[in-house]
Design a protein around this ligand. Structure first.
Ligand code: HEC
Ligand code: HEC
Length: 179
């Protein structure tokens, strides 16, 4: 339980640095942004209270840490689906990795999240809340559409690792928006 509380504390910290995910092209570097602690040991020992000033500091009010963890779950699965058979309901039967080099040239969290180090987040387990989101087509389509757009955007690091443009049917047998 303590671990969860502390983890949420560091997530809020992360969020403080990353609430402008859409603006990561602005030229701000990791050096100029407050740095979340990357390795999990110091993350776990850092004080949750220390992150309080970050709460609600942005335009959208306090972030919801549980929603961030839920999104992290999906992010981890989307990224994995670039190198192994996707875990969606009806995967493309002819799926193959869209990466030029699926072993050495993997897409990393930091290709899109340039302000906060998301790669330090532990692997998220499935939960009833996540199942519910997975069933929520509107939520999934919105999340996936933004994600795929960034993947194909040459301003971000993932694009040059791709063999070809990624579309919904790279991973899904049918475009889920048309189902
Ligand atoms: C191809 C680009 C891309 C990659 C790679 C990527 N993300 Fe994301 N991520 C996004 C986008 C776009 C959003 C905003 C989606 C939204 O909130 O509507 C997002 C949102 C998130 C959020 C929710 C909090 C926030 O800042 O909006 C978390 C947590 C997250 N990503 C974690 C990860 C982790 C962990 C990885 C690596 C396993 C990862 N992401 C890889 C594009 C990416
Ligand atoms: C790189 C592979 C990949 C691409 C490209 C992709 N998806 Fe997905 N999608 C996934 C994975 C993996 C999941 C399941 C996540 C999980 O494990 O819960 C998923 C789940 C979904 C779901 C929930 C239902 C289901 O089939 O599991 C919807 C809806 C969805 N994606 C829509 C889209 C849309 C719309 C696009 C194009 C804009 C898209 N996806 C592109 C990998 C992908």
């Amino acid at each position: 339980m303590m671990r969860t509380i502390v983890l949420f504390g560091s997530l809020i910290l992360l969020f403080g640095c990353s609430q402008n995910v859409e603006n990561v092209g602005s030229g701000e570097t990791l050096d100029s942004a407050p740095k979340p602690v990357a390795d999990s040991n110091s993350r776990l020992s850092s004080s949750a209270a220390g992150s309080a000033p970050f709460m609600g500091g942005g335009n959208g009010g306090p972030p919801d840490p549980q929603m961030m963890l839920n999104k992290a779950y999906f992010m981890q699965h989307f990224v994995a689906a670039l190198t192994s058979l996707p875990s969606n309901k009806n995967p493309n039967p002819k799926w193959s990795s869209p990466l030029k080099d699926p072993s050495g040239g993997k897409v990393k969290c930091g290709d899109c999240h340039t302000k906060a180090d998301m790669s330090g987040l532990p692997q998220q387990e499935d939960s009833p809340a996540i199942e519910k989101l997975h069933e929520n087509k509107e939520f999934m389509v919105d999340l996936m559409t933004k994600w795929v757009a960034k993947l194909n955007n040459p301003e971000f690091g993932a694009k040059e690792k791709l063999k070809q443009e990624v579309t919904c049917t790279t991973c899904h047998a049918k475009d889920p928006r048309e189902e």
